[in-house]
Unconditional design. Structure first.
Length: 427
């Protein structure tokens, strides 16, 4: 007999396999004992990049669990970098705080350009990262990086200030050309000729051609930082001038994957441990960390990482049962995020199968299914539905909003949180 939405019921073997394989979580909050995470750590042998997803951008419990997993991976597995789906430009100031610099962490998180990260939970995370660095041995310090090229005001400011020092004649023209990137959003200035990107590319050529001259004036560190910021501006200008369609979303996820790869491969700015070769935790929505597609026709960030690193990339999707979450209502990007309530997952959904097999909060490693009975592998290899709720949700129909997934193809593991509550915004 078919379940609602035309999906076949899960075989008993799947329920038995999940009940045997899942690791129950003692708690969601960071700090204290971590024996319950030890099996997860063992499953990550050989992994250099862990993608931590979330079914909503406004669930307190997802943030708490991700903080806990990140802390575990830093302390027990030597991970060194948190790469967040946030402004690559503004995140550099947050990293300055993490490395021991000044500033208020809440105010710095607010500059990242997304209401989703301006929360008590994220402030607690960066505060922990700073405290860790204060006591960490050399080589075990952590860094905070943004991987999203949009919202590049900080890069515009850095580059124009740099030019005023080393090439005043170029500074005024550059500042005028780059001014739209102060506030422009992706897709907000569609331009088939991409004049804004061309201006940023000309500036990048200027800086690289005169690198030696500028280094002699102000030093290598400032010059390389200016070149790095200008690379951000080129990518940001590309997103701003693309039409708001699949090309834009394709470019965004590709750019985010490239930013992660620059950290992993040591081709980007060196981290606090010197080499730039890091083990990275990627923090983003389920749709981005998935090894499949963010939306039809758009390869996800995680797809690119899996293509490049194979099993050295591990995608952990996070799902939930019932409760509440925060999101903006409708398409208005200026409205404040508000609470939304949601009931238990419907019969036949991926969440319902996890909840039935293993009540309570838990993790399950889907890579273990490679040697599972055929009926388990078959079920995990078919398409199912799961909740996928972004920063904005439909005004009335968000409870019905699901996305298709093939668990064995899209994720290496799943976390299930029984109850979601709203993330807590900072003032």
């Amino acid at each position: 007999m078919a379940t609602p939405h035309g999906q076949s019921p899960a075989p008993q073997g799947l329920t038995d396999w999940l009940a045997e394989q899942a690791w129950r979580l003692e708690r969601l909050t960071a700090g204290g004992r971590c024996e319950d995470l030890a099996p997860f750590g063992a499953a990550l042998s050989g992994v250099r990049i862990v993608g931590l997803g979330e079914a909503t951008h406004g669930s307190r419990e997802f943030f708490q669990l991700k903080h806990r997993i990140f802390e575990f991976l830093v302390v027990e597995a030597g991970f060194t970098t948190l790469a967040l789906e946030a402004s690559e430009s503004a995140a550099r100031a947050v990293d300055g705080y993490v490395q021991g610099g000044g500033g208020d962490p809440g105010e710095l998180m607010g500059r990242l350009g997304f209401w989703t990260w301006h929360t008590e939970e994220m402030r607690a995370l960066v505060t922990w990262m700073r405290a860790h660095n204060q006591r960490a041995a050399p080589g075990r310090r952590v860094r905070f990086v943004g991987i999203d090229p949009q919202r590049s005001r900080a890069s515009v400011a850095y580059v124009t200030d740099f030019l005023h020092q080393v090439a005043p004649a170029e500074a005024v023209a550059a500042q005028s050309a780059l001014a739209p990137l102060d506030t422009a959003r992706p897709g907000s200035r569609p331009d088939p000729q991409q004049g804004l990107r061309a201006s940023a590319e000309r500036l990048l050529d200027l800086l690289t051609d005169r690198r030696a001259e500028f280094t002699a004036q102000v030093g290598a560190e400032a010059t390389e930082a200016a070149i790095s910021h200008t690379h951000v501006l080129v990518r940001s200008a590309d997103l701003v001038t693309l039409s708001f369609d699949t090309r834009l979303f394709t470019a965004r996820d590709r750019y985010m994957a490239e930013a992660v790869s620059a950290v992993v491969d040591g081709t980007g700015p060196a981290g606090p441990n010197g080499s730039g070769e890091e083990k990275v935790v990627v923090w983003a929505h389920n749709g981005h960390v998935s090894r499949g597609h963010y939306m039809p026709g758009v390869p996800a960030l995680g797809h690119h990482l899996h293509q490049r690193y194979g099993d050295a990339y591990y995608s952990l999707g996070m799902l939930f049962g019932a409760g509440a979450f925060r999101a903006r209502r409708g398409r208005n990007m200026r409205r404040p995020a508000v609470p939304h309530r949601i009931s238990r997952p419907g019969v036949g959904s991926l969440e319902a199968e996890l909840a039935q097999a293993v009540p309570g909060d838990h993790l399950v490693d889907l890579r273990a299914a490679r040697t599972a009975p055929a009926e388990v592998r078959d079920w995990l290899g078919r398409q199912h539905r799961h909740r996928s709720l972004g920063a904005n949700v439909p005004r009335f129909t968000y409870r019905l909003h699901h996305a298709p997934t093939v668990p064995a193809q899209d994720y290496d593991g799943l976390a299930y949180v029984e109850t979601s509550t709203c993330s807590r915004p900072l003032p």
